[in-house]
Structures are given as C-alpha cells and as structure tokens.
Design a protein around this ligand. Structure first.
Ligand code: ADQ
Length: 496
C-alpha cells in the first residue's frame, strides 16, 4: 500500500463499507528535523492481501501507528485507502500491548512455552483499549458495512461492536495458534474473551486443530458437554484453503461460523539477480552449504535450539566448519519484556560460543544480524540459502517457511520445518522435525544435507511439491476465501 502523509481525509464524518481493524496500522511514523511527523508505508503480507479489497471499496484501516502518545489525523493513501490512527498512551502500551497481549495471551496461546502473567490491571487496560477501537470502528462503519478484525490483541472488539452496531457484518481472524481448552481455561477472563469473539459472524483460525480446540472450549464454557455437544465440523479436504467450517450458536441466538483458513504469502514476481547472489556467497567465504534462519527474536521461534543443533553437528564432525555457514537474521521484538531479553541473551551467547569454537578470524561459522532487513535483501537471502531452518516450538503458521519455498521455484534447496509450525500441515514434504528433541533437529539437518549432496533429484522433487502448494495457495486466496465465507455466513453481501 502506498501511503502519503500529505493527503488528509476529506470529511471526518465519512463512513466506509469495508474496514480492517488491527493492532497496527501498516505504517511507520517518520519524524522530520522540523518536528513534523509523516507516515511511511510498512509493507507486509496482510497489507498485500487486503490492499486490493480495501482499494476497490475505498476502505479504511483502523490501527495504532506504532508510537506512544502520537495523535495523528486520518490519512488517505494514493490507492484511496483511509488509514485511521488510534492513539495509545504509555499506560495503554504497557497494559494492553506489552502486558495483556504479549505477556498473558501470547504465551498462553503458544502452549505455555513461558509462564503467562495474569494481571487484573492489564486486563482492565486491554478491555478499555478494545472498547476504544470498537467505538472508533462503530463511528466509521457505513450501514451494513463489513468489518474484519485481526488478531489476539482485539478479541473483545467483535462483541463490543455487535452491541454498538448490530447491522454490521463482522469477521475475526486469529493469526496465532488457539490452544487446547485445558490450557485456555487457565485464563481468568476466558468467558469474557469467548463472548467477545462470538460477537463475530465468522471466526477464522489457521488450522483445523485450532478450530477444533475453539469448538471444544466454546462447548465447555457455554455449558454444553465438550465431547458430545460439538457442532458438526465440515471438512473440505484441500490443504491450504478453507479447510473446515462449523456453525455454533452464540448466547444471543445468532449463528456464528468457525473455520480454518491457512494464511499464505504474496508470491514474489521477480527472482533476485544471480550475480548479486554470487557476490553474497563469496562474502560468506563460498561455503558448500548455507543454512538460514529468519525470525522475529521471539522465544517461540526455537532459534537457540537450531544453534545448539548446529553446534553439536560441528562438534561431532557431522558437519565441517569449512563446508558450512549458518546465517541467522533476527528482527528485534518486544524488547522490554523480560523473556524476550533472556531469549536474546541466550541466542547471542550461543552465537559467540559457536564462533569461538569453530570459526576463524574473518571466517565465522555463524553470521548473526539483530535487525530487520529490507524486503529485497531478505528475498536474496532466501534465494541464496541451501537449507532453511524453521524450528519454532509453536507457530500459528510461519510465513518465513512459505517465503523461502516461493523463492525456490526451480526446486533447489531444502526446508527443515518444525512439526509445531502451522505451515507443517501443508508443507508435508519438508524435513519435519521436533524442536523439543535436539537429535530430531540434527537428524533432519543432516538428512537435508545428504539429500542435497547425494540425491539431488529427490531433494528437487520435495521442493517442487512445496513450491506448487505455496503457489497454488497464496495470500489472495486466503483473503478471498475468508471474505467469501463471511458473506455466506452473514447473508447478503454489502460489498457487491
Ligand atoms: P510472526 O510471528 O511475526 O507472525 P511469521 O509468520 O514468520 O511470524 O512472519 C514474520 C514476517 O516478518 C515474515 O513475513 C518475514 O519475512 C518478516 N521478517 C522476519 N524477520 C525479518 C527480518 N529480519 N527482516 C525483515 N523481515 C523479517 C504471526 C504469527 C505467525 C503467522 C503470521 C501471519 O506468529 O504464526 O504466520 O502472524 O498470520
């Protein structure tokens, strides 16, 4: 989406037939030397997927621009999409974003990899901020508009919006896993959140497993027997598109659709020029095998485990330091939260130790960068890598795995993928590993190396199958499949 800060929205009273509401606006704030603040686009998969629908309907995106206490007027992008900023102050940021969203819900929904904190004050702020988002959307939505609410930070928005504006068609999509009911039920505010979600007409998850977990939870909390009282789940059979749907009864008597819609990526149009790739490879000392990891620096992503697996393979001589390098790019993330700081320290200690043990001056075996890299460069790294390591303990989907596959349309390279990444449900031809078992990661890394060295045809067959799956199921299919289903669930289209 192209964004320009100098286009003010025409009229504050304008309403929209299609609204996306997400914690973040797809922009970064740029502060100029004269103190003036403008917005610059921050592209991502969701923006790419939703831009065509937003542009077609002159839609609106409601979200936080990413900095505390910044009050900005709404802006209209060159593509005709209105960006409507929500202001968060320090208390909101700490209670709603860092606290309840990322230190309570994030670990709870990722199967308790770290202990969630249950803090009633954070919960209060989460409610207040969700209320603020919902009230803003209620003002901006045209009669019978379609509103698509995104992710775990805004789970109360559908319920509040339903009360304020019963005429709206409301979809909700969760980008992270939905845990088993026994884990979920630890949450002191489980009923409130469930009721918030049930304000939607359609609740989407990535996977069939998430959907089943939600149905069990809904049955348990609304008092139905969780084993016999489940609604029929219709399985659609094709991995990668609207895999399953069911209908449940909300407390107010409405029918609510629930379904699995695995997210995907926008397929890149152009490959990186190959001379650039050779330059990058030479910079790395022309190793035979380049392993690559690309993640937000998050304790769920299993970065330390993959470094330890690499270290043990070097230690036992299964890999020779002259033959291999591991490139790890880690985007800074949630750095004020203690577990994130600890995760970073451990990763960086391991990088230093491994290089101290197996690298030479000027020839580290691990190349580590703790920053974001531009999209084009990231794509070049994907092209360059021989073996991609995606080893999360738990991940809703993991777009990195799909981005790597899409960067290898000729079937070169190999993917080592955690069984606990949502992407593993579709990318079954990857070298699947259990990240809790270091030997399993090591075995799959060696399998990938061996196959590339000795059985390149087999390796290529795997990658071509993965590539086909990702190309046939891109992010546009995901967005259209969700919106079509929302239309079916909630009746006549207002978007037509
Ligand atoms: P994330 O946890 O952020 O997303 P992921 O799906 O891998 O995880 O998406 C990360 C995105 O950031 C990718 O598009 C990747 O290219 C980009 N990225 C990562 N490191 C980067 C770097 N150093 N520089 C630049 N870009 C970088 C959440 C869920 C996932 C789910 C997505 C989408 O946790 O499970 O797949 O939402 O629903």
């Amino acid at each position: 989406m192209d964004t320009r800060a100098d286009h003010s929205a025409d009229s504050p009273a304008e309403t929209f037939p299609f609204i996306v509401v997400a914690n973040r606006l797809p922009v970064d704030i740029v502060t100029h030397p004269d103190g003036q603040q403008t917005l610059s686009p921050s592209p991502g998969g969701l923006v790419t997927a939703l831009s065509p629908v937003l542009q077609e309907h002159h839609g609106c995106w409601v979200g936080w621009p990413g900095e505390i206490d910044v009050e900005l007027e709404p802006f209209v992008t060159e593509g005709g999409v209105t960006l409507h900023p929500i202001t968060l102050d320090k208390t909101d940021y700490e209670g709603f974003y860092e606290g309840f969203s990322n230190a309570t819900l994030w670990p709870l929904y990722h199967d308790l990899i770290v202990q969630p904190v249950f803090d009633p004050e954070w919960w209060e702020v989460y409610r207040e901020v969700n209320d603020r988002f919902a009230r803003q959307v209620a003002e901006l939505a045209a009669p019978k508009a379609t509103v698509w609410v995104q992710d775990y930070q805004l789970q109360l928005v559908p319920g509040i919006l339903r009360l304020l504006r019963p005429d709206l068609r409301i979809g909700f999509f969760l980008h992270i896993p939905f845990p088993a009911p026994d884990i979920y039920r630890q949450l002191p505010w489980r009923e409130e959140i469930l009721r918030g979600l049930l304000g939607a007409d359609l609740i989407g998850f990535h996977l069939l497993g998430n959907t089943v977990n939600f149905l069990h939870l809904a049955a348990a909390i609304t008092g139905e027997n969780s084993h016999t009282g489940l609604p029929a789940l219709e399985i659609h059979g094709e991995a990668g598109i609207r895999e399953a749907t069911a209908t449940i009864d909300a407390p107010d008597g409405r029918k609510v659709g629930v379904g699995a819609f695995p997210i995907s990526i926008a397929i890149p149009e152009e490959d990186a020029p190959t001379d650039d790739l050779q330059t990058l490879r030479t910079q790395l000392g022309d190793p035979e095998i380049i392993f690559l990891g690309v993640d937000r620096l998050d304790y769920t992503k299993g970065i330390l485990q993959r470094l330890l697996a690499f270290e043990e393979l070097l230690e036992t001589g299964a890999l020779e330091p002259e033959d291999v390098v591991l490139l790890q790019i880690a985007t800074p993330s949630r750095e004020r939260i203690e577990q994130y700081r600890t995760a970073r320290t451990r990763v960086e200690e391991a990088v230093g130790r491994i290089n101290g043990r197996f690298g030479r001056i000027g020839h580290p075996v691990v190349h580590y960068q703790h920053s974001s890299v531009p999209h084009d460069l990231l794509n070049q790294y994907y092209r360059l890598a021989d073996i991609m390591l995606v080893t999360p303990y738990k991940d809703g989907m993991n777009l990195v795995a799909k981005e790597f596959v899409a960067a290898h349309p000729e079937g070169d390279g190999a993917l080592v993928l955690s069984e606990f990444a949502g992407a593993a449900d579709e990318l079954t031809q990857a070298h699947l590993c259990n990240p809790y078992d270091l030997d399993s990661i090591k075995r799959r890394m060696i399998d990938a190396v061996t196959e590339l060295r000795l059985y390149p045809d087999r390796a290529q067959t795997r990658m071509l199958a993965l590539s086909e799956q990702v190309r046939q199921h891109d992010v546009h299919l995901w967005a259209n499949s969700f919106l079509d289903c929302l239309e079916d669930t909630a009746g006549r289209s207002t978007l037509a």
